[in-house]
Design a protein around this ligand. Structure first.
Ligand SMILES: C[S@@+](CC[C@H](N)C(=O)[O-])C[C@H]1O[C@@H](n2cnc3c(N)ncnc32)[C@H](O)[C@@H]1O
Length: 204
């Protein structure tokens, strides 16, 4: 059972990432009718916002219940969005996308897989396409509490470094304190998130 889905009745419930999505929508306006991939799409909180703006969104998520909700909400709103149940690490990047989105998912992967995933995302983005990545850094209370340091929390500044490559233009980069989901005792921990919106400007 995915605790995050408890009580989710509507596609736009639960939104700590709303502000970054609003900024992304402005850049994505010219991608109307183009194809976007959302990795770790859950029930479509942000995918469906982007689909409402005219992007054709393919979502992938490892949680079948989340995927079912995604497809139900997309059908209810008649949006160009479809989700599939597959783990991000099993997903084969066999084509290029006009936009790739990955919000709040990388910290579920081992750190080396999280780094590899960002590389795959970058490679599978077409020239002129956009990336939106939002994930936790190692800075904060949630990371300190972990028994192992093998999860995909990124080092502060690392995400920005990856997009400083000349093939990319960073449109926005933030490192902001962000609340994690509630722990069993009902408390939310603070963790610094790093978030980037970038455009691929060249293929080398
Ligand atoms: C915090 S939610 C974020 C959901 C969504 N991106 C958003 O911004 O609202 C994390 C999602 O990542 C999914 N997830 C975790 N590990 C995954 C994996 N290995 N492959 C695909 N999805 C995964 C979870 O099932 C969950 O739906």
């Amino acid at each position: 059972m995915n605790r995050m889905l408890d009580g989710v009745k509507s596609w736009n419930d639960f939104s700590q990432l709303k502000q970054i999505d609003e900024v992304f929508v402005k850049y994505a306006k010219y991608l109307k009718g183009k194809d976007a991939l959302d990795i770790g799409c859950c029930y479509g909180r942000s995918s469906l916002i982007f689909a409402e703006q005219g992007l054709n969104v393919t979502g992938i998520d490892a949680d079948p219940a989340a995927v079912e909700k995604f497809n139900m909400f997309a059908a209810e709103k008649n949006l160009p969005a479809k989700a599939y149940c597959i783990s991000a690490t099993d997903y084969v990047f066999d084509r290029e996308w006009d936009a790739i989105i990955c919000e709040g998912m990388l910290h579920f992967l081992p750190q080396s897989d999280a780094y590899k995933m960002i590389e795959k995302i970058q490679d599978a983005t077409c020239c002129g396409g956009l990336n939106l990545i939002a994930t936790f850094t190692t800075e904060g209370e949630a990371f300190k509490g972990k028994k192992t340091k093998t999860n995909g929390f990124l080092c502060p500044g690392y995400l920005e470094t990856l997009y400083k490559d000349p093939s990319w233009k960073i449109l926005n980069y933030w490192e902001v304190p962000s609340a994690t989901r509630k722990e069993k005792n009902g408390i939310r921990l603070m963790q610094v998130a790093s978030e980037v919106i970038a455009r691929k400007v060249a293929d080398y």
